[in-house]
Design a protein around this ligand. Sequence first.
Ligand SMILES: C[S@@+](CC[C@H](N)C(=O)[O-])C[C@H]1O[C@@H](n2cnc3c(N)ncnc32)[C@H](O)[C@@H]1O
Length: 242
Amino acid sequence: MASDYDKSIESNQDPIIVRYLDREMEIIFNLCRNICQSNKNCSIIDMGAGTGRAIFALDKMLEKDSVEFVGVEVSKPMIRHANEKKENHGRNPNNIKFLQLDLTDPNLSDHFDSERTNIVMCLYNTLGVIPSEKRQSFVDNMRKIAGTEGLVIITAFNGDDFGFVAPRLYRPMMPMIRKIDDDSFDEENRVFHNSLGFRSQWFTKTQLKSILHSKNVRPIPIEVKVEGKIQTFGNVFPSKEV
Ligand SMILES: C[S@@+](CC[C@H](N)C(=O)[O-])C[C@H]1O[C@@H](n2cnc3c(N)ncnc32)[C@H](O)[C@@H]1O
């Protein structure tokens, strides 16, 4: 799964996925740079880090050894693969660590140092794979870890346009999802699911603002050009203006 996962995301050459990831990372880099420039003890915590895609990219872009990175991941094979990538990352590996933790643990915030300026992020619609009954307490834990000085960043696929966006994102991700069934795209409930057990919930902007308890948050669109037209494939939701 860990290597299939990289084939579907980080090393996927499909132009839509490439553009999506580049733009997502550009937006996140700008947010992190603004926070980490004005704060000494900055930590970037990636919830559901997978094999470390975002952590390694941000470390290279920020070029700041003082920034600490923590990847939180439940899957041992993902963490093993992430640690292998760390060895070949080409930068000081000492400021990067991966922790095996469950995001749905009610005591998740106990594992982090509230004295640091924590940027707590959850990317690539990972929120959609957290069981619905545990989703709000997970986001509340992210907000607790970030505190008043830090920042929560959630990136999510565009649930307001599920019917258009979902097939264009999932079809190139076959190594990860493995199967698309006739009823995989549930437009009414904004869910992608298949008979092998893969399930991802998508959210509207209004839902995400409510989950973040932040009606005034301004989502930053992740735009991708398709057939000559710019389309919003996802959004980055920072918990406050930066
Ligand atoms: C869609 S992938 C996204 C990975 C990464 N955030 C990225 O942007 O490339 C979701 C990841 O979340 C992890 N995950 C799912 N549920 C989790 C949980 N309850 N606790 C910790 N990690 C979890 C999965 O193992 C997977 O690696």
